[in-house]
Design a protein around this ligand. Sequence first.
Ligand code: SD4
Length: 290
Amino acid sequence: TKPKPIAICTWAFTKANEAAGKALSEGADALTAAIAGCEVEEENLKNTTVGKGGAPDREGNVTLDACVMNPQGDCGAVVCVSTITNVAALARKVMEETPHVMLASEGAEEFGYSQGFKKEKLLTEVSKEAWLEWQKTSKYKPIINIENHDTIGMLALDANGDIAGACSTSGLSYKMKGRVGDSPIIGSGLFIDNEIGGAVATGMGEEIIKTVGSFLIVELMRNGMSPQEACEEAVRRVVAKNKNYKDFQVAYIAINKAGSTGSYCIHEGFTMMKYQNGINEAVKSDFHHS
Ligand code: SD4
């Protein structure tokens, strides 16, 4: 028997996860539901790590990264987008309407306008002021779990039992101009194999890319691990490769075909949201280091 539809996402994005979960209950396919969840945070001006209102790079430009992957194994991504809010939906258009997987900066933006996306200013007054304040010291040290809102990674299992995912971020605050993290990189920030399951990441993108975290988790599940065991092993790989792991956060969530879910992170403070059967719950993640 098929599991009941499930939506899970990174961090305590209650509304986003509920939007995805409800969409699934109303019959949406997994990819549509995952993108609907991301849109809630992309449009939330108070979230300074996703979409409009995101923290800018060192030079004051907000640049967004996103990717999506569907149950057929198709994927799409956009990187360094500075004028369009709904970048997960834009990544879907790249997947569906172009012969490519990834478009960057102006190319992605121009393609977006041609698809009906609005040109917008993404830097809000609040984010601008925080950036001006940061400029006084210009210390570049990403802070662990600064707030309870961060990159959104969504995984959805729909009524057909199909799995899809989406990931959307403004990246690390005050990053170098042109810096791209793991979130739009298929296999690192997100990976789906509809025969096995899916995984999505949040945290220090450089470390996630180095260990190809989301692909690793799906492969570990293929070899028999539960989503929980696979997330734990992927975090262990990051920790084993970088002795400075106490200074950054990496967190993963995963789901398998049977509807089991898992989450794990380096440092205490990460939460996964899970929506199933009309119940939206926050699941505190276990962690490697205290
Ligand atoms: C990045 N992984 O750009 C993203 C940032 C993030 O929670 O997840 N913040 O590296």
